[in-house]
Design a protein around this ligand. Structure first.
Ligand code: MG
Length: 279
């Protein structure tokens, strides 16, 4: 199932897309976090079909319960381009790089990435596969990790490159308001073979920038869940952004950073296109 959160008549609701993806059927839950806690097996769309043209899609998880767990430098070709841009970013990666990203409100499909003029220089995009945890994960071995995945979505880890490196930790430069588009839907895990091997790409104003496959993660999803859950409980609704392939703006010579008016599309095969405009 492809699950969405949407606005209809001013109310926030959740639903499942129809097979042609031109309509949805409502789900009897208050929000996506309640859907996730119920589990995919409990989902039975009820009520009449609603055409997508009659609703406004929001991010599937508009307000994550906790900060998003992100992986840095998790594709080899991105490690190389990051190293060319700034030697401090990727010179050592003996272990998986985890960092955190605050998301007060996720940017919806077709919503706006805030360029924060005056604060941000070198605004960049990062198309990523995000994993949504379904069942509480604590001490989960890698071979059982898939059982704890609720589904997958497309994630743009928007980054302010100057702020990112100025403050030692990447937290501030990754966490500004309007920096986290998520969507357009969550695809439930039963629809995607584990581990996901899906084409992932991004375009800026129609120009292909990133073009890779999620099978190329350095630390794969099973190992991420096993490693983290060995020491911290991953709760239902936790979002893990698995890192970005090469082709981000800082990877070009000269760099191709974002500016107001740019349209950024992040796409993952089998999930969808997440399109946003920089303002
Ligand atoms: Mg990233």
């Amino acid at each position: 199932m492809k699950l969405v959160t949407y606005l209809q008549d001013g109310a926030e609701r959740v639903g499942a897309l129809t097979a042609d993806e031109k309509a949805l059927r409502p789900l009897p839950f208050g929000d996506m976090l309640a859907v996730i806690e119920a589990g995919a097996d409990a989902l039975v769309p009820a009520g009449e079909e609603v055409p997508l043209s009659a609703v406004t899609l929001l991010s599937p998880i508009p307000r994550p319960r906790q900060d998003v767990i992100c992986l840095g430098i998790n594709y080899r070709d991105h490690a190389a381009e990051a190293d060319r841009y700034d030697k401090s970013l990727a010179k050592e990666r003996p272990e998986t790089i985890y960092f955190s990203k605050r998301v007060n409100e996720a940017v919806p499909p077709e919503g706006f990435i805030d360029s924060h003029p005056g604060l941000v220089q070198r605004l960049d995009y990062e198309a990523e596969l995000a994993v949504v945890i379904g069942r509480t994960a604590k001490n989960v071995p890698a071979e059982k990790a898939a059982e704890h995945v609720f589904g997958y979505t497309v994630f743009n880890d928007v980054s302010a490159r100057v702020l990112q490196t100025a403050h030692k930790q990447w937290y501030f430069g990754k966490s500004l308001d309007g920096f986290t588009p998520i969507g357009p839907c969550i695809v439930t895990a039963d629809e995607i073979a584990f581990p996901p091997a899906l084409p992932i790409s991004s375009r800026v104003n129609g120009e292909l920038r990133q073009n890779s496959n999620t099978s190329l993660l350095i630390t794969g999803i099973a190992d991420i869940i096993a490693e983290l859950s060995a020491g911290m409980t991953l709760q239902p609704g936790t979002i893990i952004a698995t890192g970005t392939p090469s082709g981000v703006g800082m990877g070009f010579d000269p760099p191709k950073f974002l500016k107001p008016g740019d349209v950024v599309e992040c796409e993952i095969g089998g999930i969808g296109v997440l399109r946003n405009t920089v303002k």
